[in-house]
Design a protein around this ligand. Structure first.
Ligand code: SF4
Length: 358
């Protein structure tokens, strides 16, 4: 698909043409990844972070936030619960936690792998190469790192680099692929200062990076962040709205450009539309959902953006809610790990994952 065509679809407002986009995304999803919806149990195990991302409530400067880091036993118990609830994957997510010890993380991954059949996905921010390699060696299967925007100026504005370093997430994503991880990335939609040209370039980059997983979500302003406190009207009509509809457009286009990727209907989307956000996401390209299995006492503290859904519910209640929503659409559940079809294709001749090699 041409860059110009992507821009035109992002700007589209005709309901009939949008219906055609949703239908096409749904058709491509069915043909390439089927009707199964993969459930990934999300454990937000630490809200410590050394970074200062302009939009994020976990940023180091937010001293009003109570910080926590779950113990190894608590995390393993949550993973066992995810397995008991029938999920095929556990996603270990944290801020870019400076207290995260490489070997501690290796031990945790090994323990989860010994005690459950789950695939392990990591989402721990920009980490050093030796850490990524060690965790892969310990058995981690997948890594999620959103590049957020391909516009370097905008990226630097919202992601100040660590002192003495220049962040290059695209290089990290390529390295993750060469380490054998299933690689996921994505963007934030409607960042103040993000143009339609920027967003179209981001979507083109999904295909260029040959991503196995694509997670996109709307920018939601957090009042305790620099971005959440500033006016967002610097570029007038070129500004991408951080709307629900724009999020569906990006998901649908991601499906068209990366037909075999796994694409979740995200919690941020459900935050914008609590009633049918996830269902509409699944009907417009998505094939995965990440029910939260973090112990409820920690959930409200993982506040990247405000008014998140699924803060009070137990893991069991979240699982039942999601299952009901998926079944009401006539979709089925993925059995087992739910590896990305794109990853399987990429790996094909290169052999199997560490786990499969035993
Ligand atoms: S987006 Fe991630 S790296 Fe940035 S401040 Fe938030 S938790 Fe930290």
């Amino acid at each position: 698909m041409e860059h110009k065509e992507i821009i035109s679809l992002l700007r589209e407002s005709d309901p009939r043409r949008l219906d055609r986009l949703w239908d096409e995304a749904d058709r491509v999803r069915r043909r390439h990844v089927g009707d199964q919806v993969h459930l990934r149990g999300l454990i937000e195990f630490s809200n410590h972070c050394r970074r200062m991302c302009g939009y994020c409530g976990l940023r180091a400067e937010n001293t009003l936030l109570e910080r926590y880091r779950m113990s190894e036993d608590e995390i393993v118990a949550a993973a066992v619960e995810a397995d008991r609830l029938g999920y095929g994957t556990v996603v270990l997510q944290s801020g870019e936690d400076p207290g995260l010890d490489t070997q501690w993380m290796c031990n945790l991954i090994t323990r989860i792998k010994r005690q459950t059949p789950l695939a392990v996905t990591l989402s721990l921010g920009e980490r050093d190469e030796h850490e990524l390699a060690a965790w892969r060696q310990a058995g981690a299967d997948r890594y999620l790192l959103r590049f957020e925007t391909s516009n370097r100026r905008l990226f630097d504005k919202i992601h100040p680099p660590q002192p003495g370093k220049t962040g290059d997430r695209l290089a990290v994503l390529r390295r993750l692929g060469s380490l054998g991880y299933e690689v996921g990335s994505g963007v934030m939609i409607g960042i103040p200062g993000q143009t339609f040209v920027d967003l179209a370039a981001d979507i083109g980059l999904f295909a260029e990076l040959d991503l196995d997983m694509i997670g996109v979500g709307p920018y939601i302003a957090h009042p305790r962040t620099p971005l959440g406190r500033t006016a967002d009207d610097e570029i007038g009509d070129d500004q991408v709205p951080n709307s629900e509809q724009m999020t569906y457009k990006v998901m649908a286009l991601a499906r068209l450009l990366c037909p075999a990727a796994n694409i979740p209907a995200t919690t941020a989307l459900a935050t914008l539309n609590k009633v049918t956000g996830r269902e509409l996401g699944l009907a417009r390209g998505a094939n995965a959902i990440m029910p939260n299995v973090t112990p409820t006492k920690y959930r409200r503290l993982y506040e990247i953006y405000p008014h998140k859904v699924c803060i009070q519910e137990t893991a069991q209640a979240c699982g039942a809610c999601i299952r009901g929503r998926v079944e009401s659409m006539g979709r089925t559940f993925g059995i087992g790990r739910g590896d990305s079809a794109n990853y399987r294709r990429r790996q094909g001749s290169r052999g199997q994952s560490i786990e499969d090699r035993g």
